[in-house]
Design a protein around this ligand. Structure first.
Ligand SMILES: [Zn+2]
Ligand SMILES: [Zn+2]
Length: 303
């Protein structure tokens, strides 16, 4: 089953769609109001940055389709291990804005500290963004701990600021018709572009489409099995934690202890609105974790 192109509706339409989903979610879950308010402020920064990532501003990568197709055939995502020149000057201002919003929105001192370290250069913005694009969790964690910063928050800030760039790269690379066959043959649970795990699966028009948590790539698998370890036997089940909401399910795998959220949708969420879909299904994460399931660590690929 192919990689699924997701239409990009443009910044204004995107903002309107986001507002509609936030309003509906806040009406259904008033307890999430503070989380929603913060997400609104963070995503407005990401949407602004994303609209500036025009094809002309992307670096020219030497990734000929035949080379990428051969990588995909080996099970290696297109961008894994590539030297990618990250446009630090374009992305770095967003790091500061994100830290401010996080500091105001509940992360307090921990976020303010990260902002101060970036402003003073003690935490190098370009290195953080490059490590995030390379999905180098270890480098970000070690760097954060060395500076006395909260590793998960540094990871989040780097990921939010780098995501518009990686999303634009993903669209540019995977869109080529030359890659269609190689993407059809992709049988992995991790993203064919950047290697991240999906945030969840959106089921639209009958297809269970995996959605990358970082670059928002969309791809479907034609097997009904655990997307993490491939187990499709008795250890793998699908369950709706809320009997009245069978449109929202969990795929649970006892073989590897991991879970995937699956939700029916009218259409696939455009970047970066998948983050809203993720928050809309927060109760599924809670249910999975209460039963001892977790999301696995990022997969490592050879450099
Ligand atoms: Zn991805
Ligand atoms: Zn599994």
């Amino acid at each position: 089953m192919p990689h699924v192109p997701v239409a990009d509706p443009g910044a204004a339409a995107l903002a309107a769609r986001a507002d509609g989903r936030w309003a509906a979610l806040e009406a259904a879950r008033p307890d999430l109001a503070p989380a929603l308010a913060l997400q609104r402020r963070l995503l407005s920064i990401v949407i602004r940055l994303s609209s500036s990532m025009t094809p002309a501003r992307l670096p020219r990568l030497s990734l000929p389709p035949r080379y990428v197709a051969a990588k995909l055939a080996r099970g290696v995502p297109a961008l894994a291990g590539e030297p990618i020149p990250v446009p630090g000057a374009a992305l770095a201002p967003a790091l500061d804005l994100l830290c401010r919003e996080l500091a105001d929105g509940g992360a307090g001192e921990a976020a303010a500290h990260i902002g101060e370290h970036i402003a003073s250069g003690r935490l190098d913005a370009a290195s953080l963004l490059t490590a995030s694009v390379n999905r180098d969790q270890q480098a970000i964690r070690e760097g954060a701990i060395r500076l006395g910063l909260a590793p998960d928050l540094v990871w989040l800030v780097g990921e939010l600021a780098a995501s518009p760039f990686v999303h634009a790269l993903q669209r540019a690379i995977l869109a080529g018709r030359d890659l269609a066959a190689a993407l059809d043959a992709w049988r992995h649970g991790c993203c064919p572009a950047c290697g991240s795990w999906p945030a969840m699966a959106e089921v639209a028009a009958g297809y269970r489409t995996l959605r990358c948590s970082f670059c928002a790539a969309a791809w479907a698998l034609d097997t009904y099995a655990c997307i993490y370890c491939g187990d499709g036997g008795e250890s793998f089940t699908t369950a709706a934690p809320d009997e009245a909401r069978k449109d929202r399910r969990l795929e649970l795998c006892r073989a590897c202890g991991s879970y995937l959220k699956t939700a029916d949708a009218d259409g696939l969420s455009p970047f970066p609105l998948l983050a809203i879909a993720d928050l809309e299904t927060l109760d599924l994460d809670v249910a999975a974790m209460e039963h001892g399931y977790a999301r696995p660590a990022l997969r490592l690929f050879p450099r």
